[in-house]
Ligand binder design. Structure first.
Ligand SMILES: [Fe+2]
Length: 292
């Protein structure tokens, strides 16, 4: 089975470049045009920050572009929420994020999680959005639902997909703005059939483990965070990328990163210095995140 894993498309209401020159619509269109020869896909999975501004127009455009691409390949599109997303606009346009879910979880604050069958593989999207914040969290209701679901194994195995990675590099902003409770997720999946965890949010690729599962953080569509920048600062550059995930193959999951030939590849979108990054962590992180 092949999944095209995308994340952080950051479309906005009007389309077109923002003040820094980042343009989610153009980046997504460029990427998918470059992936024209990719066939035989079972799913396109988008792990959050579908919209930059949480607007219905952005979700509608994302859905139009992605359904066109996936539909012509016989694949479904699955969406999870990220910190830039708005739950009500997301739900209005994309529902649970699955076209025909087997099960949906609806939380008291509008959290949506859902599970679908993909030829014997179970794909579960989770909602790690904490409104108004940059970090993510899985609340107890959703974890309980997940534990119940995982009590029965799927025929081939389970894939989780959500925005905030449960792992981080030794980078302050990642440590502060990732998933706040990875230990609880680890407990929930320990010894289950979860084989793969797909995330986004950091706009760069990371391979890691969580219990028995492989964790893959896919690079962003709208931009890539360039870690050759001075530690404590952040540099975002152009370069829309995606991941191709092969499951059920020898030595799988096999994951390959695909880069679009954007003529501006590597050109700077923005640079933030140490003070700006501390402010970001203060404003968007959990209380006291800058004190560690
Ligand atoms: Fe994000």
């Amino acid at each position: 089975m092949k999944i095209l894993h995308l994340s952080d498309t950051h479309l906005d209401r009007l389309g077109g470049p923002d003040a820094d020159g980042a343009d989610g619509t153009a980046a997504l269109s460029c990427l998918l045009a470059e992936l024209n020869h990719l066939r035989d896909l079972q799913a396109v999975v988008v792990t959050g920050d579908v919209a930059d501004d949480g607007s219905r127009e952005a979700y509608a455009r994302a859905h139009r572009i992605l359904s066109g691409y996936a539909g012509s390949r016989g694949a479904g599109v699955f969406y999870a929420t990220g910190n830039h997303d708005d739950r009500s606009s997301f739900a209005e346009v994309l529902g649970s994020g699955h076209a025909q879910p087997e099960t949906v979880y609806s939380g008291a604050s509008g959290e949506r999680a859902a599970a679908s069958d993909l030829g014997g593989w179970r794909l579960i999207t989770l909602d790690t959005l904490v409104p108004g914040k940059g970090y993510g969290r899985l609340d107890e209701g959703q974890l309980h639902w997940l534990r119940q679901l995982l009590a029965t194994p799927a025929r081939k195995g389970t894939i989780l997909a959500f925005h905030h990675p449960p792992v981080a590099l030794d980078v302050d902003v990642q440590l502060a703005l990732g998933l706040e409770n990875p230990g609880e997720l680890a407990e929930a999946i320990r010894g289950t059939d979860v084989q793969l965890v797909l995330c986004g949010h950091f706009h760069l690729q990371i391979l890691a483990r969580l219990e028995q599962a492989t964790v893959w953080v896919t690079p962003g569509v709208v931009s890539r965070i360039d870690l050759t920048a001075r530690p404590g600062t952040e540099r975002a550059v152009h370069g829309p990328s995606a991941s191709l995930v092969h499951l059920g193959v020898p030595n799988g999951p096999l994951i390959h990163t695909l880069h679009a030939r954007d003529p501006r590849m590597g050109a700077t979108i923005y640079e933030a210095d140490e003070d700006e990054m501390r402010e970001v962590i203060d404003r968007l992180g959990p209380a006291g995140a800058n004190q560690s």
